[in-house]
Design a protein around this ligand. Structure first.
Ligand code: AMP
Length: 286
């Protein structure tokens, strides 16, 4: 008998909330207790393993879990060739070289012969090696941003999303080393042996992510203005046009980019649309 599928996700830190939200939005029902190591999904043949963000890659690569969610930076740092099914659109950050505000350094080359503190040893070493810049890479397990103040290093390589932590620590970025976001990983043997169920989960997550970025628009309009309105509504495919009981009027239904909705509304009204409804989409499979 094949065992229940396992998905390893972070148990702590900034990827937990968006990962759990994605799984719940996808319709998976489970309880994520504070200290639970495993959550049984009630409506799917799946167990969720809560592990350290750093351990997800190894769990999936070794087949302890068939699937995993972690940061692309950690996959690259581990130098792992574990298959990546797709990026997930959250946990976006950049691995960045930063120096104290009052330092004279402007470019990575200025750091030749100096010390760089980081918790991403491999990515940092390979970046400087690729530019043939000799630096002394100092390992820190976290809070690299305090290293310059402690006199441990002249520069750091650390993850930045908004940049406010760096600013608060009197640091300024000089170059980006790596772009990261959360990624869905799969074990390579499971991809071969349990392709169907892995594909189902991937479709489930992809449909949920695609739906988040889109809205369903419904409106009424005079048939005579249809061409004008259709031009405003590129949508996924052509809009649906439905005749209304009132002669000469139609209903238009269309899927549009969520970000575009607010700028679209006044233009739709000017083009004759009325009774405009904006609806959320639950899942979108294209
Ligand atoms: P954690 O240390 O458990 O909070 O998770 C760290 C992971 O979250 C990193 O490896 C990145 O993939 C991701 N991440 C996203 N934004 C940031 C950020 N601003 N700082 C650190 N990690 C981030």
């Amino acid at each position: 008998m094949t065992r229940r599928l396992r998905l390893a996700i972070p148990n702590k830190g900034r990827l937990v909330e968006p990962t759990v939200r994605l799984l719940r939005d996808a319709g998976l029902v489970f309880e994520a207790g504070e200290r639970a190591l495993v959550a049984r999904v009630q409506n799917f043949d799946l167990d969720i393993l809560f592990v350290r963000t750093n351990d997800v890659v190894e769990f999936v690569a070794d087949g302890v879990a068939e699937l995993g969610v972690t940061g692309l930076d950690l996959v690259a740092e581990a130098g792992s060739d574990v298959p990546q099914l797709r990026t997930l659109g959250f946990g976006r950050c950049r691995l960045t070289i930063a120096v104290p505000n009052d330092s004279p350094f402007r470019a990575p080359e200025d750091l030749a012969g100096l010390r760089v503190a980081t918790s991403h040893m491999n990515l940092t070493k390979s970046f400087f090696a690729s530019r043939s810049i000799p630096v002394d890479v100092i390992p820190v397990s976290g809070a690299a941003e305090v290293a310059p103040r402690l006199g441990l290093a002249e520069a750091i390589v650390d993850l930045v999303s908004t940049g406010s932590t760096m600013v608060a620590n009197g640091l300024r970025p000089i170059e980006e080393v790596f772009d990261s976001e959360a990624v869905l990983l799969a074990n390579s043997a499971a991809l071969r042996d349990r392709a169907d169920v892995l594909d189902t989960i991937q479709t489930m997550l992809s449909a949920t992510l695609a739906a988040r970025d889109r809205k369903y628009l419904m409106m009424n309009a005079p048939e005579s203005r249809l061409a004008e309105l259709e031009d405003l509504l590129p949508g996924l495919e052509s809009p649906s046009i439905i005749p209304l009981a009132h002669k000469g009027m139609v209903a238009i239904h269309s899927v549009v980019e969520a970000d575009a909705v607010w700028s679209l509304l006044p233009r739709l009204k000017t083009a004759g649309a009325s009774g405009i409804l904006i609806l959320p989409i639950e899942k979108l499979v294209s």
